[in-house]
Design a protein around this ligand. Structure first.
Ligand SMILES: [Zn+2]
Length: 173
């Protein structure tokens, strides 16, 4: 069995990483299992992540890109400033990941940012709201989308269950 070394934590010097998160491009992040369990509700989430059984240390392989995983790792750190996500280019991917893995410290700020885009990107906001049960956001996009009542539309099932929404982005074009 090959011994896998755990990368140093990118965020702090003292959390003692004992789990490896591997992003879709193979970038690995050392994280503390205790932070993961305290600040997220879904590690490991069956169906989305799986442990590499050939590794001596636990490697959790994620579908997300390294830039999204890096932000998630920052958010599960207590005692450090949270990353500024207001102008990031991968907000929709981050929003999906934050909901999927229930990264509690990130959920509020990400939702606030998504809400702020209701006029600019109503379809994306609608997808996020419908997929993750944020009905209050549906009210915000009624007008920009041109609906009189969001309850009057039938949400296509694939919108709710097919992952991930940036693939469904084609729908928008
Ligand atoms: Zn750390």
């Amino acid at each position: 069995m090959e011994e896998v070394s755990i990368p140093k934590c990118e965020v702090c010097n003292d959390c003692g990483p004992d789990v490896i998160l591997e992003a879709s491009d193979g970038t690995r992040f050392g994280v503390s299992a205790s932070n993961l369990h305290r600040f997220s509700g879904a590690f490991p989430a069956p169906g989305f992540v799986h442990a590499d059984s050939t590794a001596a240390n636990e490697v959790i392989i994620l579908h997300e890109t390294a830039d999204v995983v890096r932000l998630m790792v920052k958010f599960i750190h207590p005692g450090v400033r949270q990353p500024d996500i207001w102008r990031i280019g991968n907000l929709w991917q981050l929003a999906e990941a934050v909901e999927k893995y229930m990264i509690f410290p990130a959920q509020g700020v990400v939702k606030a940012r998504v809400r702020s885009l209701a006029t600019e990107n109503p379809i994306q906001v609608f997808i996020y709201a419908a997929r993750h049960g944020h009905d209050d956001l549906l009210l915000d996009v009624e007008k920009p989308i041109g609906l009189t009542d969001y309850k009057s539309i039938e949400i296509p099932l694939q919108l709710l269950y097919v992952e991930p929404p940036w693939v469904i982005g084609a729908f928008h074009a």
